[in-house]
Design a binder for this molecule. Structure first.
Ligand code: SME
Length: 163
């Protein structure tokens, strides 16, 4: 397993090509989901320097009798712990089962502001056997930081995860 990441400069695509290969090497042969989610969050944060990168995983809330998103491995400031289906960008991505790009979080109805420093966001669902089992959430402290390149590569990265 690689112990050090190589951080590259260049275009967004060049950064993704480099970090995707390194993430693949980091998680290949490691069956533990939490360990792999933690290393993916760390690798993405190191390469891109985003404000917040992390996972929310679908888990049962036994008191309420429903599933909800629960905070998983992440890099960045402390964040909201639980998000209901359909709530915020994360809960909407889960409900719609698709990636959501938000150029300006203040214009997204129902956006959950874990931090007022967050300005734009992309949320990518994680699938296992056709079901959403979690989401990858990336926040930037600058407006309009995410586009189709992020969508394509982040979807490819989460597809590497073995559940
Ligand atoms: N903004 C997210 C909540 C998670 S935090 O940004 C880490 C949302 O609206 O779902």
């Amino acid at each position: 397993m690689a112990e050090d990441l190589t951080i590259v400069s260049g275009s967004k695509q060049e950064k993704y090509i480099s970090i995707t290969a390194q993430i693949k090497a980091l998680i290949d042969g490691e069956p533990d989901l939490t360990a792999n989610l933690a290393n993916i969050a760390a690798a993405l944060k190191e390469q891109f320097g985003w404000f917040w990168v992390g996972f929310y995983m679908v888990k049962p809330n036994k008191t309420k009798g429903v599933d909800e998103l629960v905070l998983g491995p992440f890099q960045g400031p402390v964040a909201c712990t639980r998000i209901a289906k359909g709530r915020g960008v994360c809960g909407t991505s889960w409900a719609k089962e698709e990636t959501i790009i938000v150029p300006d979080v203040e214009k997204f109805p129902g956006h959950i502001a874990c931090s007022s420093a967050s300005k734009s966001e992309i949320v990518v669902p994680l699938f296992n056997n056709g079901k959403v089992v979690g989401v990858l959430d990336v926040d930037s402290d600058m407006l309009d930081q995410f586009d189709d390149t992020d969508k394509v590569y982040l979807e490819a990265i989460v597809a590497l995860i073995k559940h």
